[in-house]
Design a protein around this ligand. Structure first.
Ligand code: MN9
Length: 289
């Protein structure tokens, strides 16, 4: 369960339906070209929070069919509808997903006891291992070191996908929980997290840039910081370009440039303008081999 995991993109048709053939192509590209170690399915990048339960299940199934046991699979099943979270956890586990992950419950400003109850309820309904998905910038839930400790007392909770720019907390987590899996969630901060000895990283740009991310992780582990820093600089030139142009639509357009039928994003996400498409192609030409 170590290494680079793509937060898998999902392809949609222009009308917003799941485009299954395109999804399969994205999976293949991740494995064959990006050399990723695993896929994180139905995360933010998979546009999960805009999908119905049936659509989430269909994506879990198609991805597992396509992957078999070629790479590790993590199913993001979190939902503030806890019944849906349990249903999806059980479904993904039956399909053979290596672990489940659940976003911290958001929107209603749940207190920590409620958040703990959410995780313990989910794990009591499955025998799979769970990774906490912490992304305070989008959920508003910012867990402290002691709160992570309370969650981690549940032995089924094996780690955290840490998508925050708080390197003090990240270092303290690594120090206090040497046996938990810690995944860095911001691709542009991969090297800084790798230096702190995270186990891996999960992110959206690995759908196109996974190979370079693997090199950064490996170089950092070997102590070859200078070379890793140059690769992170190159990577961040790419990520800056993507963020300026529109995160998910730009990655999809870059995949199209590489011959992958990555389709569209689900509305209300904007489609790229002509100029945006051109920018994406320029980025692809410059950064993707
Ligand atoms: O899951 C991703 N976060 C979101 C992690 O998509 C909200 C990251 O991979 C970012 O997309 C990436 C660019 O900021 O670091």
């Amino acid at each position: 369960m170590q290494g680079i995991f793509s937060a898998l993109m999902c392809a949609f048709t222009e009308e917003g339906d799941i485009h299954e053939a395109g999804l399969r192509q994205i999976v293949r590209y991740n494995i064959d070209q990006c050399q990723i170690d695993g896929l994180y399915v139905n995360g933010s990048t998979g546009e999960n929070f805009m999908l119905s339960t049936d659509e989430k299940k269909r994506i879990f199934k198609v991805v597992k069919e396509e992957v078999g046991s070629e790479v590790k699979l993590i199913a993001q099943i979190g939902s503030i509808n806890i019944r849906e979270a349990i249903e999806l956890a059980q479904y993904a586990t039956t399909l053979g997903y290596d672990a489940i992950s659940a976003v911290t419950p958001y929107y209603y400003k749940f207190d920590f006891d409620e958040i703990k109850e959410y995780y313990n309820t989910i794990t009591s309904h499955t025998d799979n291992k769970l990774i906490v998905y912490s992304i305070p910038g989008l959920t508003g839930v910012d867990l402290s070191l002691d709160q992570f400790e309370e969650l981690f007392r549940n032995e089924q909770i094996i780690g955290v996908k840490f998508t925050a720019p708080d390197f003090f907390l990240l270092e303290r987590l690594r120090h206090r929980f040497p046996d938990k899996f810690i995944y860095s969630g911001f691709d542009e901060m991969l090297l800084s997290a790798a230096v702190l000895n995270v186990d891996g990283a999960i992110g959206s740009t690995y759908n196109i840039n996974g190979e370079k991310a693997k090199q950064i992780l490996t170089l950092a582990k070997e102590g070859n910081i200078e070379e890793a820093r140059l690769l992170q600089k190159e990577t961040n030139n790419l990520i800056s370009g993507i963020l300026e142009n529109g995160l998910y639509p730009t990655i999809k357009e870059m995949l199209k440039y590489k011959g992958v039928d990555a389709g569209f994003c689900r509305p209300p996400t904007k489609t790229l303008t002509r100029n945006g498409e051109e920018q994406a192609r320029v980025l692809a030409k410059r950064f993707l081999q």
